[in-house]
Design a protein around this ligand. Structure first.
Ligand code: PLP
Length: 370
């Protein structure tokens, strides 16, 4: 294991002391040749596993044809991805960008313009990104405080206080169907239904931030399909292109389009290579793979105490600081993340095999001490 020190990088991350050079399915290989079982998958990003042949071949083929033309022109991969996502959603139009936080920014601008209102209601404990707009609706005061003043009009609610906070001035209610960074906390169906009803009552847009939950992570293609509560718009990023940067805002057919040429843009958004990889990812996530996600997700819940989440977006509550446990896991050859202060986060590739899950559980039991 080599530790990078003195590298000229701004210290925005506390990195684990390991440098990876190769990836292979659910495994990562460090610069000293050691293999690690990857139960974090680049924080819920490498959905089909490292170097999966479908997105690899699609991206390689596209790299040899066309890299970039900007959004002044159309490209086939972008159009094909929009078609695929619309089909999966049941009718929607897409705006493409490069990350989750950018998708949330697009959603905020769209909702404000669509409603002519400015207030944004989000949930306490939520996470929507680090740019100024997305940070403004992130319900974690410690993340917002150093950067205030943020954009005005953000209001926070709990599921219990949603009815008190949403009102005539609300442009959008923005929620993660399963709160990810905030600790892997699924919202109940009744909270999602209530958000839908309040949005309808007050003419607000219901936006689901599916940056982490989308693209099969919870065992459905979109997490909203678990509850059946359809949002007016939805954000995607992380798992969409298996690790190439792409983000998307989907606006359902029938909701106001609102944005016109000149309102919003992204130079790199809809990049042909990222979109070609994303098309391959979407095509690979079929009913069998979604059933597999639900099955192997349940194995963790059966084998370990205090597991919450959905599909392969899971947290193991430790009731003690999770950081040292994640470091101990690394020493055992296992990558896991943390969710909040006291839980481990488990978001392996959706393709992880049952044997790999069993191996991961055995290592986890050792480091947790169960
Ligand atoms: N929204 C949600 C629900 C997320 O989980 C994240 C990242 O973890 C973001 C937005 C921000 O995405 P990105 O880091 O790609 O900007």
């Amino acid at each position: 294991m080599s530790v990078s020190t003195g590298t000229p990088l701004l210290p925005t991350y506390a990195r684990f002391p390991v440098t990876f050079v190769d990836g292979d399915g659910s495994w990562l290989i460090a610069d000293d040749g050691r293999r690690y079982l990857d139960l974090i998958a680049g924080i819920a990003v490498v959905s089909l596993g490292h170097c999966h042949p479908a997105p690899l071949e699609a991206a390689q083929a596209q790299l040899e044809r066309l890299w970039h033309v900007s959004n002044l022109y159309s490209t086939q991969p972008m159009e094909e991805l929009a078609e695929r996502l619309s089909d999966r959603f049941g009718g929607a139009q897409a705006f493409f960008c490069n990350s989750g936080t950018e998708a949330v920014e697009a959603a905020i601008k769209w909702a404000r313009k669509a409603t002519g209102k400015t207030e944004l209601v989000a949930l306490e404990g939520s996470f929507h990104g680090r740019t100024m707009g997305a940070l403004s609706i992130t319900g974690q005061p410690s993340k917002r405080a150093p950067f205030e003043p943020l954009i005005p009009g953000a209001r926070f609610a709990t599921p219990e206080t949603l009815t008190d906070v949403v009102g005539a001035d609300t442009a959008a209610i923005v929620v993660e169907p399963v709160q990810g960074e905030g600790g892997v906390r699924p919202l109940t169906d009744s909270t999602l239904e209530q958000a839908r009803e309040l949005a309808d009552e007050f003419g607000a847009m219901l936006v689901f931030d599916e940056v982490q939950t989308g693209v099969g992570r919870t065992g459905e293609f979109f997490a909203w399909q678990r509850s059946g509560v359809r949002p007016d718009a939805l954000t995607l990023a992380k798992g969409l292109a298996n690790g190439l940067p792409v983000g998307a805002l989907l606006v359902r057919d029938g909701a106001p389009t609102a944005l016109v040429p000149g309102d919003h843009a992204s130079t790199f958004g809809g990049n042909p290579v990222a979109c070609a990889a994303a098309c391959a990812v979407v095509d690979t996530i079929d009913d069998d793979l979604l059933a597999h996600v639900r099955d192997v997700g349940a194995l963790f819940a059966e084998a370990l105490p205090d597991v919450r989440g959905a599909g392969l977006l899971l947290a193991v509550e430790l009731n003690r600081p999770a950081g040292p446990v994640a470091h101990a896991a690394l020493e055992q050859g296992l990558l896991v993340g943390t969710a909040g202060e006291t839980a481990l986060r488990i978001t392996p590739p959706l393709t992880i095999s049952r044997e790999e899950v069993q191996h991961g559980i055995a290592l986890l039991r050792e480091v947790i001490g169960q």
